[in-house]
Design a protein around this ligand. Structure first.
Ligand code: PBG
Length: 330
């Protein structure tokens, strides 16, 4: 690119010197229309429980989710994402609780679909909240078995669609899962159910607080490097996205968020499909603790969200969604 202009005829500060003009010439825009709010569910009744590793974030019993959903509605947040903390006694090696039509996720979907209109519900497809070993798939011969896992994931996805989930979000990183899930959804007449693929999901150290929140952290044996992506890799992200689009993904996600802005931009430049960024739990907790300790200002949150928009994200999944200071948006 040729750089035009020369000082003193060219002065870049000219378009920076007033608020009205900065607003007018800005490249990217952010509103609550861009945000997805994750919600953690827990069993029982009438409880809102703090999550220690995520200051400001709670687990809700299903009867209590209106407390946070009403806020989401007021903010005009388009979609929420549900995650369950499954009690230990309901976990097993194959994660069969994922297929129980009375599990937390199913109850959550039903309540939301009954009481709220024009609010999207997104649900994770993966086994880690339900397995005793904390992995996203089933283990055969000491390995996370791809094709055996697919058989369960397909059932999990169809069950969620039956309950009314709008957006099925496979977060398991098994090969071929988007294709088999799309096929089963269609076969079961859920042709309108959308798939948001966690297409580019890195084996990241930023997921720690989330695993604590869903209760899989102390359970997890080893790491997830045989299925989640190696964070040294970039080109592979293009292959992951291309395959998922071919298999039927409607939207794709890059995860985590901030350390992977280069990937978001790369995907946006190469594919014309809605891209979601997930500002994950570790990113949230670092920023939130920084704010709580007066190390950084609350305005930092908005700056991080704009970085996703600048990189090309259509939407952002963020634990800040229902608490951002709306006055800071413009
Ligand atoms: C489950 C899942 C994870 C996250 C979303 N879905 C954790 C993992 O893969 O270990 C992480 C979200 C976050 O850290 O905020 N497969």
């Amino acid at each position: 690119m040729k750089i035009l202009g020369k000082f003193p005829t060219t002065r870049l500060r000219r378009v920076r010197n007033s608020d009205w003009l900065r607003r007018l010439v800005s490249d990217s825009n952010l509103s609550t229309n861009d945000l997805v709010l994750p919600i953690f569910l827990k069993e029982g009744k009438n409880k809102i429980e703090k999550i220690k590793s995520m200051p400001g974030i709670n687990r809700y019993t299903v009867d209590k989710i209106p407390y946070i959903l009403d806020k989401a509605k007021k903010f005009k947040i388009p979609m929420v994402a549900l995650f369950p903390q499954t009690p230990d006694k309901k976990k097993n090696t194959n994660g069969t609780e994922a297929l129980n039509e009375n599990n937390l996720i199913c109850k959550g979907i039903k309540l939301i679909k009954k009481k709220y209109n024009n609010l999207g519900v997104m649900t994770d497809v993966a086994l880690d909240p339900y397995t005793t070993h904390g992995h996203d798939g089933v283990i055969l011969n000491n390995k996370i078995d791809n094709d055996e896992t697919l058989k369960i994931l397909v059932k999990q996805a169809v069950l969620q669609a039956e309950m009314g989930s709008d957006v099925i979000a496979p977060s398991d990183m098994m090969d071929g899962r988007i294709g088999v899930i799309r096929k089963s959804l269609d076969k079961n007449k859920f042709v309108e159910t959308k798939i948001l693929s966690y297409a580019v999901k890195y084996a990241s150290n930023f997921y720690g607080p989330f695993r604590d929140a869903v209760g899989s952290k102390s359970k997890l044996k080893g790491d997830k490097k045989t299925y989640q992506m190696d964070f040294r890799n970039k080109n592979e992200s293009l292959r992951e996205i291309a395959l998922d689009i071919k298999e039927g993904a409607d939207m794709v996600m890059v995860k985590p968020g901030m350390p992977y802005l280069d990937i978001i931009q790369l995907i946006k430049d190469n594919f014309k499909i809605p891209v979601f960024a997930y500002q994950v739990s570790g990113e949230y907790s670092l920023i939130k603790n920084g704010i709580n300790k007066n190390i950084i200002d609350e305005k930092t949150i908005i700056e991080t969200l704009y970085s996703f928009k600048r990189a090309g994200s259509n939407a952002i999944i963020t634990y800040f969604a229902d608490t951002i200071n709306l006055d800071l948006l413009n």
